[in-house]
Design a protein around this ligand. Structure first.
Ligand SMILES: Nc1ncnc2c1ncn2[C@@H]1O[C@H](COP(=O)(O)OP(=O)(O)O)[C@@H](O)[C@H]1O
Ligand SMILES: [Mg+2]
Length: 250
């Protein structure tokens, strides 16, 4: 088993609150891995520790076997770890074509040259077209991002992350706030990415989780309750107790 991402004894406290407890997370290369758990379980904190937004109190993070625990955010991105960022805060006036073009061009080291050479660089243009197509953005590729429906904006955020060429993609509730009819499109686009990209997804909607994941880790109170296949997770009495308990509280 080749691991794309691994945490060893990862630990984080916010004052008296123990939010990540001796976490040993293993994400296999090529996996569609979901991290689930009740609200406040510490899922977003795990993503923040993985990306370097937060510093752990103890433990290590390995990306494809390489220890990245001490690397700052931007160097982790360069090492192949990507998360989405809010595209709408960055390029509201650009179109999806321009936004993805910038990301591809940046990755290939062409920088701002892309603007001048557009149309002459078949390789760049082909890749942009592929991302637009994969994320169902072709029909809106010339519209300003700020005018796009929210679901399309979320797709664009993921497309940009992919255009940066990551080995591992981290997604924290990418379909949150999107109308239900469009949520499956978002997750389907992510699930069908080439398998050389490993995906770790946090998602609240269990239908989406089970349609997406081939592996699931369940986090409760910052600790890993269980990690298994979706079939076995669905039958696991401990997991059912956690979720039924949550449903009864609601
Ligand atoms: N920066 C912070 N400072 C203090 N407490 C925090 C901070 N971020 C998160 N928490 C707390 O840590 C716990 C886990 O939060 P979070 O990782 O956002 O959970 P989840 O994403 O699973 O809902 C919660 O109790 C939350 O209130
Ligand atoms: Mg969260």
């Amino acid at each position: 088993m080749t691991l794309a991402l691994e945490t060893i004894g990862l630990d984080k406290r916010f004052g008296g609150l123990h939010v990540t407890c001796d976490l040993a997370l293993k994400v296999e290369a090529g996996a569609r891995h979901a991290l689930i758990g009740p609200n406040g379980a510490g899922k977003t904190t795990v993503i923040n520790l993985l990306t370097g937004v937060l510093t752990p109190d103890a433990g290590r993070i390995l990306l494809e076997g390489r220890d990245i625990t001490a690397l700052p955010v931007n160097r982790r991105v360069r090492a192949g770890l990507a998360r989405t960022f809010q595209i709408n805060q960055l390029y509201p006036e650009l179109t999806p074509l321009e936004t993805i073009g910038l990301a591809v061009s940046e990755r290939l080291g062409h920088g701002a040259d892309w603007w001048r050479r557009r149309g002459t660089r078949a390789e760049v243009n082909d890749e942009i077209a592929r991302h637009l197509e994969h994320f169902r953005l072709t029909d809106v590729c010339d519209e300003r991002t700020v005018t796009l429906p929210y679901g399309k904006q979320r797709l664009l955020e993921i497309a940009v992350a992919i255009a940066c060429g990551p080995r591992v993609l981290l997604l924290d509730e990418p379909a949150a706030g999107v109308p239900e009819s469009e949520r499956h499109d978002i997750l389907a686009a992510v699930a069908s990415l080439p398998r050389d990209v490993t995906v770790l997804l946090i998602e609240h909607d269990m239908d989406l989780v089970f349609s997406f994941a081939d592996r699931i880790s369940v986090l409760v109170n910052g600790a890993l309750l269980v990690e298994d296949t979706p079939e076995r997770i669905a039958r696991d009495p401990q997991v059912r107790a956690v979720y039924l308990g949550e449903a009864q509280d609601a």
